[in-house]
Design a protein around this ligand. Sequence first.
Ligand code: SF4
Length: 284
Amino acid sequence: MLSFDNDPDWLARLNGQVKDIVQSQGCEKPRPAKKQPSSGTSAKNPQKTSEADQKSAVLAPPIWLIPKISHSAYKTFEKCPRHYQHQYVLQDIERTETEATIWGTQVHTAFEEYVRDGKPLPETMKHWEKFAKAFVKMPGEKHVERGVFLNQQLELVELDAPDVWLKAYIDLMIWQPEKQTVVICDWKTGGSKYVDTAQLRLYCLLAFKLWPEAKQCKAAYCWLKEDRMGDVMTMDRSEIDSEWSKISDGWEKLDSAFRFDRWPMKRSALCGWCEAKKQGRCGG
Ligand code: SF4
């Protein structure tokens, strides 16, 4: 699961920054050039990757106006920028637990404890043991709910680093040194109707950060409700730069929304389930 921590101080500074830019430039003026890192990896310049330069003694200047990034936050923006604005910028909608989110948390905890500690799955999940067992039997070093944290230069940092920017918690990774392969699984409790491999691709890129000697990553969703494993996608180390570029293209849109403080409504069937609507923040 990916997480997104809201940072009120950062957001206050960011809102001021965005306002200054919009006021000083007007909507039609060209975007100011983004500052580029002096060294290290950049999502915008993945070809400049320097795996050896994992940490900077001095914080590098920000590249993005996006305060923090995560897969789920970006997906919210993609679905509806207005929803993203209320959830992550204005933070004026309360996060509510639903039956589905509570169930999702219970399932993830149970699978985490099964793989890590050998704790049996609860009766309600026993029929899914076959999936967890298959991964447990797989040779290699198991990592469950492993946190991976990057700064804007896409360097690995600690969770509490002042420049931590991207945070991800990956359900299950198995490092197989003999094969120089990382196997990744993401447990899904929802349906697979709108399957999107973006999350798996991001996880592969993060796994390559953790294991620089890895040559490939194999990743799949496990669709528990449908009682099946999803298709396995393979990413080769040679694809790292192009994959970061694709992700970066998406982040550009979000960055632009921050730059111009533009959060249009994107009406869809999802409006019916939207918390911004339920809590009276949007009439979409
Ligand atoms: S109700 Fe619809 S348009 Fe409004 S924020 Fe939610 S998803 Fe967007």
